[in-house]
Design a binder for this molecule. Sequence first.
Ligand code: GLN
Length: 193
Amino acid sequence: MKIGVLSVQGAVSEHIRHLERCSVEAVAVKNQESLNETSGLIIPGGESTTIGKLIETFGLADLIRKRNRQGSLAVFGTCAGMVLIAREILDGIAGQPKLDLMDISVQRNAFGRQKESFETDLDFKSFNFPLTAVFIRAPIIEVASPEVETLAEMPEGIVAARQDNLLATSFHPELTDDLRVHEYFIGMCKNCI
Ligand code: GLN
């Protein structure tokens, strides 16, 4: 099984390293050909508007939507990636590109200026001890449809969630040594082979 990391902008190499540490073949996805080899795709943190424009330009956005909706591609959005997979971006700029996949409404940069970057321990559903989560200008899920399962929450809102073959985290699991969130996603990709 191969899992791709969208490699147009943002925190790519850290995700590739984590997948390899989980003994999965990781593919840097830059075009349709490499995307078609994979059972899962991680959309990394970065700048959601930039990543969104580049995936439209490279002809990747339609293929991601199509394969995810058909059930052959699991998609995991971290931070900017979470913004991109959302159905609704609450404070998006005009013409903000999005993949429109997960039934969530997301607020960008939800933690305010003083809290631009921080680390906190979170209870993540089904994990037997808390996860240290790194937030960097992070978005939050303000509204989720009943089909969406909350995996982790903070007083400000939902910070990790799953809907079928979609996974979203506000934080950056690639920036700690803990592999459990990547392992969780790998489990989801196994249904897409
Ligand atoms: N604030 C960024 C955005 O909305 C996301 C930041 C990140 O991915 N670390 O695109």
